[in-house]
Design a protein around this ligand. Structure first.
Ligand SMILES: C[S@@+](CC[C@H](N)C(=O)[O-])C[C@H]1O[C@@H](n2cnc3c(N)ncnc32)[C@H](O)[C@@H]1O
Length: 266
């Protein structure tokens, strides 16, 4: 799920795993913060771009309480299949963020969580979010902060680089590539979006164990194709030590993960 190019169609099985594992582990806790930042309230029409299985759209639907409109759009059919099952009353649309299938000024609020870094054309996607928002409407997006700000993940990447070579850093880093706030400011400016607030917060990523965290990070990236079983074992062993302070008494892992929530006016 952390691959740098996610526009390929995922299998339903991968998406079910995304919903049951990754949403509770990583993404779920951010959705209320996006809705707060955007001031989502009854009566609003809201678009969730790259909605995945719809965790943000469902949060919005709860807040609208039937008064308003919420639409989730994603390029992956399997994501939408699960989203439809979990949110049958929400509108779900297939579409690419770079060519959103909506008329100008269709939404009071446009949200995009944990996805901008995976888009082939980020500038076009932000321009599209600005276009489909009403004049003066709100566009809020969430991205993970840079690797330098990720205390736990940086340790994992350091361990991987020690055993798999310096290439491991970029191979493991697709999550972190949009963490620079100056770069985000420039991207927003070019898309005609005025930043009104940029909030940085620390969340918690939760996994069954440190081993599971490492496996998910390595197996979900191109690094897995570059290493043999022996190197993978060494990464698992050393990461177990480097990340030991994040092991809970029950043996699960709780690691800090820093994200930016950027609020803009269209
Ligand atoms: C890490 S998931 C985040 C999903 C959701 N926002 C969440 O918080 O759970 C990234 C999502 O971006 C979608 N995606 C990637 N490229 C896209 C594009 N060009 N247009 C629309 N969706 C895209 C993927 O299908 C995937 O659902």
């Amino acid at each position: 799920m952390a691959g740098s190019e996610e526009t390929f169609q995922l299998t339903l099985e991968a998406v079910e795993a995304y919903e049951s594992k990754f949403v509770p582990a990583l993404f779920g806790e951010w959705a209320p913060h996006l809705a707060d930042a955007a001031g989502v309230a009854p009566g609003h029409s809201v678009l969730d771009v790259a909605c995945g299985t719809g965790v943000v759209a469902r949060e919005v639907a709860n807040r609208l309480g039937g008064d308003g409109r919420v639409v989730g759009v994603d390029v992956n059919e399997a994501m939408l299949t699960v989203a439809r099952r979990l949110g049958p009353d929400i509108e779900w649309r297939a579409g690419d963020a770079a060519t959103l299938p909506f008329a100008d000024g269709s939404f009071d609020v446009v949200l995009c969580q944990a996805a901008l870094m995976f888009f082939r054309d980020r500038a076009a996607a932000l321009r599209e979010m600005a276009r489909v928002a009403t004049a003066g409407g709100t566009v809020v997006f969430h991205v993970w902060a840079s690797l330098d700000d990720q205390l736990a993940y940086r340790r994992l990447v350091d361990v991987a680089a020690r055993h798999a070579g310096p290439d491991a850093v970029s191979l493991l880093s697709s999550y972190w590539v949009l963490g620079d706030l100056d770069e985000l400011r420039l991207l927003c400016m070019e898309a005609g979006l005025e930043i009104t607030e940029a909030r940085t917060r620390v969340g918690t990523a939760r996994f069954a164990s440190i081993d599971e965290l490492v496996r998910i990070e390595v197996e979900g990236t191109p690094l897995i194709e570059r290493i043999d079983a022996d190197v993978f074992r060494k990464i698992l062993d050393d990461a177990g030590v480097a990340l030991s302070e994040y092991r809970t008494d029950q043996g699960s892992a709780e690691v800090p993960i820093v994200g930016h929530i950027v609020t803009t006016r269209a």
